[in-house]
Design a protein around this ligand. Structure first.
Ligand SMILES: [Zn+2]
Length: 290
């Protein structure tokens, strides 16, 4: 571990690093890389991600993204126990945040806050209600409007969907003061804040009063873009797991306390996603255990 690794280096040294890297990626709930003894672009990109969630300095991460994995970064990935206090503190501060790789694609997911998607202002004050104890799982029973007539949805379409749902909620009788739900996960894995203040509240370990499930509106409600009989898309499921884990880590909600809307109200919601919930809870528990 005394030598730096560079993009396109080959050999046993690279193979050993790739093995350690996979251990860290597994522990963090990220996909594995191929262990092939070649320091390819994927090895560089995933090493940068690991350095980020293990608490390396931003300048160090940039060096990795530029194609050099220093002995220090290799050591941190091989043995996280060797990290110093500053690295551990940075790692803790980065939990629940997303890392953006050099090519601009997000290796995790990002929660788009209301002020970035043009949400209308709420018509009354949003109130905080303390620490939540469960998460309510919903489906939209509808799809986003097709803006570009291409398969899949763009961020613009996800935003249009969030706006349409908010408009609908605020024009009901009686009207909601804002989006009823707290978060929306679209089929292409975009995550958008619903009711204003939800994201900030979760970061503080609490919730805001919402309007998605009668009797349970002091607990976060997550809408999933979905129409029967489809299942969740793979990226949507990953995004939802990321969001659920983010909420559970900040609030202490037990991963077993993820409930379908229909468990509380007379509704079919979340429709054909109901049978997926048991396995979803198990996967969430596995990820939270690391
Ligand atoms: Zn529902």
């Amino acid at each position: 571990m005394s030598q730096a690794l560079h993009l396109n280096d080959q050999g046993e040294h690279v193979r050993v690093h790739q093995g350690h890297l996979n251990d860290r990626l597994h522990a963090h709930g990220d996909p594995q890389i191929e262990v092939n003894g070649t320091c390819n672009a994927q090895t560089i990109e995933r090493s940068a991600l690991a350095a980020w969630f293990l608490g390396a300095l931003d300048a160090t991460i940039e060096t990795v993204q530029d194609g050099t994995i220093s002995p220090g970064v290799q050591a941190m990935i091989a043995d996280p126990d060797s990290r110093d206090d500053a690295q551990r503190q940075r790692a803790t501060a980065r939990r629940g945040h997303s890392f953006t790789s050099a090519n601009g694609s997000s290796s995790q997911f990002r929660i788009v806050p209301c002020d970035e998607w043009g949400a209308l202002a709420p018509t009354a004050r949003i109130t905080r209600v303390g620490r939540p104890g469960k998460i309510i799982f919903h489906h939209t029973d509808g799809h986003h409007a097709e803006l570009d007539h291409q398969p899949g949805d763009t961020l613009e379409e996800a935003i249009a969907f969030a706006r349409a749902i908010q408009r609908d909620h605020m024009h009901r009788h009686p009207a909601y003061i804002d989006s009823g739900h707290n978060f929306l996960v679209t089929r292409s894995g975009h995550i958008l804040e619903g009711r204003h203040g939800s994201l900030a509240a979760i970061k503080d370990g609490v919730m805001v009063q919402s309007a998605h499930c009668v009797g349970q509106n002091t607990h976060p409600g997550i809408e999933h873009e979905h129409v029967n009989p489809e299942g969740m898309t793979a990226i949507q499921r990953e995004a939802s797991l990321f969001l659920h884990a983010f909420i559970c880590r900040h609030t202490g909600i037990d991963p077993n306390a993820i409930h379908g809307h229909g468990e509380f109200n007379a509704t079919e919601c979340p429709g054909a996603l109901k049978p997926e919930l048991a396995e979803f809870r198990q996967e969430l528990a596995r990820r939270l255990a690391h």
